[in-house]
Design a protein around this ligand. Structure first.
Ligand SMILES: O=C(O)CCC(=O)C(=O)O
Ligand SMILES: [Fe+2]
Length: 409
């Protein structure tokens, strides 16, 4: 299966496995730490060998956490981002400075008396922000906390134990790695990742380390239930029958990633996650109490601070495509920080079939003379393949416009 992580955290665009590039061993602490902020990335003097540094880092199988544990006081060059990625690193908590408010969807009573209000709130949130914070979503706080804690515990195990799970082998339904796009990104990001692949039939418990098993499957069960409710609410927010998105089976499959963002000694030089929009239909996100997540709204980065018990949801590119731009796929990123470790769990929802899936285009019921289709049809594998080959949407360039066939009237 070519699909490793819905946001390309481990997938290779041309399908070759980056692990074959690894050749030799070296100490991660010996890595270069040039250039300083603002310095040009062009090579003068002896050229910087990025591929070599990436291989050395990969060989440690200890991730960014391993670097931090080994005592690095400077961000190695591999992780230093070009200035255009490091613009506006300051934060504006929940839009405080601008008076903007991150939308909150309170699901209490959404099955009966408050349904109309919830659907209206959801429509407004997705037409403007593309994401929302959900409260009273039905997932027990305990299940959320245990999920975050198990991801943290995994990453904080001794290196020798974790190393056994380090892999870029896309046949593995559970794996641990740092920077899925390590071998082709312009700069690496300051985090390590656990990956859980729930193919249509479900992830086998035996594929997951005992440490994580119970919390992961418990959390997944709750996510499935929340997904079904959200699918109905989203359908209604689009003005469709509540079963519509369920019937087109656009969220039948899922992957989860458990990110660990260690404390960063020079957060002004790197990022935890580079700006991107998610490729799939819907993302449900848990984060611990260390902030750093930002969404782009009205041309500025807005901090989306953690709220205990809340879940964040954002729509991805394909939901924007089928909604014919009614809903917006939100650009987001995670700052590297001196506080931490930050832990997050993202669950990406997308259609079944990683090599072949049915085509998805703008939903016919949303089209008329004034609303012609803005996008051509595509399948999820086609879209995701393009997303990966153009840099996982993580080079600051949006992927969705490549599927556009006309501009809005
Ligand atoms: O860690 C986070 O909060 C966000 C991660 C993310 O955007 C992703 O994995 O696509
Ligand atoms: Fe994302």
């Amino acid at each position: 299966m070519f699909l490793q992580n819905i946001n390309g955290h481990t997938a290779s665009p041309e399908g070759h496995n980056p692990i074959t590039l690894i050749g030799f061993k070296a100490s991660a602490t010996k890595m270069q730490t040039l250039p300083s902020p603002g310095e040009s990335f062009t090579c003068s003097g002896p050229c910087y060998d990025r591929a070599k540094e990436a291989k050395e880092f990969e060989e440690t199988k200890a991730g960014v956490k391993g670097l931090v544990d080994s005592g690095v006081a400077k961000v190695p060059r591999l992780f230093i981002h070009p200035p255009q990625n490091l613009r506006d690193l300051s934060s504006d908590t929940d839009g405080a400075a601008t008076g903007l408010e991150v939308p909150v969807i309170d699901m209490m009573g959404c099955e009966d008396c408050r349904r109309k209000d919830v659907v209206n709130d959801l429509r407004r949130a997705l037409e403007t922000w593309g994401f929302f914070r959900i409260i009273n979503h039905g997932i027990p706080v305990d299940a959320m906390e245990r999920m975050l804690e198990t991801v943290k515990q995994f990453h904080e195990q001794p290196e020798g134990v974790k190393r056994e799970w380090y892999s870029r082998d896309d046949a593995k339904k559970f794996r641990y790695y740092s920077n899925g796009d390590l071998f082709w990104s312009k700069a690496a990001t300051w985090k390590d990742t656990l990956f859980f692949d729930f193919p249509s039939g479900g992830l086998e418990p035996e594929a997951v380390p005992v440490l994580c098993r119970e919390p992961v499957f418990e959390y997944e069960k709750h996510i499935e239930k929340l997904k079904r409710s959200l699918s109905e609410l989203l359908s209604e927010a689009l003005g469709l029958d509540s079963g519509y998105l369920g019937e087109i089976e656009c969220m039948e499959s899922k992957t989860m990633v458990g990110h660990y963002y260690p404390i960063c000694p020079e957060p002004e030089l790197t990022l935890g996650t580079i700006n991107h929009s998610d490729a799939a239909f819907l993302t449900l996100l848990l984060q611990n109490h260390h902030g750093g997540l930002q969404f782009r709204h009205k041309d500025q980065w807005v901090d989306v601070s953690p709220v205990p018990g809340a879940i964040l949801a954002n729509i991805g590119d394909l939901m924007q495509l089928v909604s014919n731009d009614k809903f917006k796929s939100a650009e987001h990123r995670v700052l590297a920080r001196q506080a931490g470790p930050r832990v997050s769990v993202a669950c990406f929802l997308f259609p079944r079939g990683t090599r072949k899936s049915k085509p998805y285009g703008p939903i016919e019921e949303l089209l008329d003379e004034d609303n012609p289709p803005l996008y051509r049809e595509t399948s999820f594998p086609e879209y995701f393949g393009y997303y990966l080959s153009s840099g996982n949407g993580m080079n600051g360039e949006a992927v969705l416009p490549h599927f556009r066939v006309s501009e809005p009237k």
